[in-house]
Design a protein around this ligand. Structure first.
Ligand SMILES: Cc1cc2nc3c(=O)[nH]c(=O)nc-3n(C[C@H](O)[C@H](O)[C@H](O)COP(=O)(O)OP(=O)(O)OC[C@H]3O[C@@H](n4cnc5c(N)ncnc54)[C@H](O)[C@@H]3O)c2cc1C
Length: 400
């Protein structure tokens, strides 16, 4: 069958009736003509590339097929994106990893991300939680050791493991333990109960080989509250779980199945002293706990991601509102008294009041999205210049 190229005449008529110029709106929405141009270039780059055409709908795939397909597509996507960004940048002033992270985050949270990855992006947690936590919680020395490797996926693919089967919102209730062994200068990590198993972290199921683990710190049996630890859970070469690590996939969920959420239990897993992230708090070799300046938010990564979820959901809601509005324009249903043709649903909607009054959420969502403009505010909190220095990159733009 030949593809339908003609635009539905009802839609054409509705567009003629518009009281705003859609191109002007698009420019405002994108944040300027340049931004809109960039956005459209990026969409063309991926939508017109045959390697990103889905030949099977994800609804027809098994859980395993969906995971394998989405992960492979994500790797192709990242390779192409990095190549594209490299070409765009003058040699003298390449994007810093942070700026690249911002570009990627904005991209994945927008329509292109949801268009290309309807089951979501499998390496999302690496970018949205693992790297930001390293940036915010690791000391400069620790950043030097791990950040660049993590950025380049050089033996490190990570996620953020905070939530437990029995503990989500109530953070003080977390049960995972990190007991400091003064003699060996190591932490011993344990999940003492079933309810202490980490549950939900994205990518944990099958993909990642390292986690930032939030665990209760104990020194000589005394509790010092929960702290972040960097833990290798799968072997860098074989990808097999490390000794004492019980890890797996929590199985199909009603959505976001490309993210591969997982569970994690630990039994006497030992990590060296320098793997407690110590930008804020620190343990000295002799077991002295040094409390740092009050961290802005020890669990700031989680708060940040929640803000981003509101932003992403606002995009999804706007997409749904657009689909509903277009559909109500082209869908005709029922005949009014004496009428020959069936009535457009949008006519019924309009008769109930002006469009934006009838759909108050539409305006509200627009406002929310514009408010949570970008990740840039968070980047400020992360004290990015320090990290840019550590990674030895030049900043392309002025301060975020
Ligand atoms: C798709 C998905 C991905 C996730 N990814 C990650 C991840 O990568 N890493 C990670 O660590 N976690 C992750 N999580 C876990 C997520 O952060 C938690 O689900 C969240 O923190 C809430 O915890 P909970 O599910 O245990 O709910 P609960 O804490 O049991 O809360 C259930 C409900 O009760 C309310 N409630 C709780 N306590 C109170 C109270 N005292 N008074 C009044 N109301 C209360 C809550 O607001 C909520 O509405 C993910 C979750 C999902 C669904």
């Amino acid at each position: 069958m030949a593809p339908a190229t003609a635009i539905n005449p009802d839609l054409v008529q509705e567009r003629k009736n518009a009281t705003i110029n859609s191109e002007e709106f698009a420019i405002w929405w994108a944040g300027g003509s340049n931004e809109l141009y960039k956005k459209r270039e990026m969409a063309k780059l991926f939508y017109e590339d045959p390697q990103f055409v889905d030949h099977q709908h994800i609804a027809n795939m098994s859980h395993k097929e969906l995971y394998e397909y989405t992960t492979e597509k994500a790797v192709r996507f990242l390779l192409k994106l990095r190549e594209y960004l490299k070409k765009q940048q003058p040699e003298a002033a390449p994007l810093t990893p942070i700026e690249e992270m911002y570009e990627l985050r904005a991209l994945m949270g927008g329509p292109l991300g949801s268009g290309l990855f309807p089951a979501n992006f499998p390496l999302r947690l690496h970018y949205s939680m693992f790297l930001p936590t390293l940036l915010r919680q690791a000391s400069d020395e620790q950043c030097k050791l791990w950040l660049e490797k993590a950025w380049n996926f050089d033996g490190i693919i990570g996620t953020y493991a905070q939530t437990e089967l029995g503990h989500g919102t109530y953070l003080r209730g977390l049960e995972t333990r990190a007991d400091y062994d003064i003699e060996k200068q190591e932490f011993i990590l344990n999940s003492p109960t079933l309810t202490s198993y980490k549950w939900w972290p994205g990518g944990l199921g099958l993909t990642v080989n390292m986690v930032v683990l939030m665990a209760q710190l104990y020194i000589k049996g005394r509790s010092y509250g929960f702290q972040p630890f960097l833990v290798r859970i799968r072997n860098e070469k074989t990808h097999e779980p490390e000794p004492g690590v019980d890890v797996g996939d929590i199985g199909p969920r009603i959505g976001l199945n490309g993210v591969n959420n997982g569970y994690l239990g630990l039994k006497n897993v030992r990590i060296p002293l320098n793997q407690m992230l110590s930008r804020n708090n620190q343990v000295l070799p002799d077991g002295t706990f040094v409390k740092g300046p009050e961290p802005l938010l020890l669990y700031g990564t989680m708060v940040y991601v929640r803000v981003m979820i509101v932003r992403d959901v606002s995009v999804n809601l706007l997409q749904a509102a657009t689909i509903a509005t277009r559909y109500s324009a082209v869908r005709r249903q029922g005949v009014e008294a004496g009428g020959q043709q069936e009535t457009q649903i949008i006519v019924v909607v309009r008769s109930a009041g002006p469009m934006f009054e009838y759909h108050p959420p539409f305006g509200t969502i627009l406002a929310i999205f514009k408010k949570i403009k970008s990740v840039k505010n968070f980047v400020k909190i992360l004290k990015i210049p320090i990290v840019a220095l550590i990674l030895g990159s030049k900043r392309r733009r002025g301060p975020a």
